[in-house]
Write a protein that binds this ligand. Structure first.
Ligand code: GTP
Length: 362
């Protein structure tokens, strides 16, 4: 099976953390999301992965030197200054993918345990042109929603329906099988949306099918979803006994602590804290429900709760970093600062006084 991974979007909802890294490289429990995706694809018998990206994303991915788990990795690059949307980049892979057999397409911002072989079996059995992996959610309005009829044919596909207008709770999980014929539905070198332009047309022509699945499915598109994904993976790793317990750290499990992390006296880590490589934490710090990216420093007597601290960021002493705060890469928070909930600081910016208004410092 060949798989196209779409990973060239702007990740606007994850700003300011996505100003300096693509969404697909956000760490999930200290491992880039794309590495989790490679691992999952390799165990699903995928042999070749085509990363549909822009040049900047390609640069970031290459720099990471991720393990490939035996996969052959190729790139299909969007034209300069012209993002192609979610269908245009698929057309851009036409020469690499070829016309011999159906292939998998996967959003590069989801973590899922979909069984691609089963998805492919459904696709072949129904003679569909496209088969979407569907999962059931409580609030479908933020997603693409499928209305199903007999034999799992998708009668209509509606992207982000208005509140109360969703025909079902079955949503596009961001993974699908396409037959090469679908290339004919996408214009070359133009921006095109698979969800808004291609799927509705295929549904009308009765060539679009759905495949329900119940396994793990997480979308990291928004900061709260990103934190939740880390939490769920921490829970899974602890149940599988795959989390290292550190003897000299006061940890309320589950927590994950990467290599070369320094932790001061009386500091309590967790529950649900992820500390990246080379992080340094002072004395008497409380840190829970948070992710700290590599090389960040947190000063004595500081509290971090429900927040994300970017790579190389420096948080001073006696600081309160409250729920929903995002401190981007290399940003600096001075001593004795209290950051109100949902406050965001852009890369390399400094905050030296307490912030009481919800805002973003750019
Ligand atoms: P937001 O700006 O926060 O909505 O994120 P996004 O546009 O990056 O992601 P969205 O969920 O809309 O896109 C789904 C997947 O398609 C993600 O994995 C994106 O990286 C990818 N994607 C979106 N737009 C493009 C594009 O123009 N080119 C390429 N190559 N991939 C894209």
């Amino acid at each position: 099976m060949k798989t196209v991974v779409l990973a060239g979007g702007f990740a606007t909802r994850l700003r300011p953390l996505s100003c300096s890294r693509p969404k697909t490289l956000f760490p999930i429990v200290n491992k880039p999301l794309l590495q989790w995706i490679f691992e999952e694809l390799a165990v699903n018998d995928v042999k070749e992965v085509i990363l549909a990206v822009n040049t900047l994303t390609q640069f970031h991915i290459r720099q990471q030197k991720l393990p490939k788990y035996g996969l052959k990795i190729k790139y299909a690059i969007d034209p300069p200054k012209m993002p192609l949307g979610t269908a245009g980049p698929i057309k851009n892979t036409e020469k690499i993918v070829g016309h011999d057999e159906p292939f998998v397409v996967l959003n590069g911002d989801i973590l899922t345990s979909i069984n691609y072989k089963q998805l492919m079996d459904t696709h072949i059995k129904t003679k569909a042109l496209a088969t979407i992996a569907l999962c059931e959610v409580d609030d479908p309005c933020r997603y693409g929603v499928a209305e199903l009829e007999k034999g799992n044919r998708i009668k209509s596909f509606i992207e982000k329906p208005a509140k109360g207008q969703a025909p079902t709770n079955f949503i596009n999980a961001g993974a699908y099988i396409l037959s090469p014929k679908v290339f004919d539905y996408i214009p070359r070198g133009k921006q095109c949306s698979i969800e808004r332009e291609v799927f509705p047309l295929l549904a009308k022509e009765q060539k679009l099918f759905g495949h329900m699945f119940n396994g793990l499915w997480m979308d990291i598109g928004k900061p709260e979803e990103y934190l939740l994904t880390n939490k769920i993976i921490l829970d899974r790793l602890i149940s599988a006994n795959k989390i290292k317990i550190f003897k000299n750290v006061k940890a309320e499990m589950p927590v994950a602590i990467d290599r070369h992390v320094g932790i001061g006296k009386k500091t309590v880590v967790g529950p649900y804290a992820v500390l990246g490589k080379n992080v340094v934490i002072g004395d008497n710090v409380q840190i829970c429900n948070s992710v700290v990216f590599p090389d960040a420093k947190i000063g004595d007597n500081t509290t971090v709760s429900g927040a994300i601290i970017g790579e190389g960021a420096i948080v001073g002493k006696n600081v309160q970093v409250n729920n929903g705060c995002i401190i981007a890469d290399q940003a600096k928070i001075g001593d004795n600062v209290n950051l109100i909930e949902d406050f965001a600081v852009c890369p390399a910016k400094e905050v030296s006084e307490t912030i009481l208004k919800r805002n973003i410092i750019c």
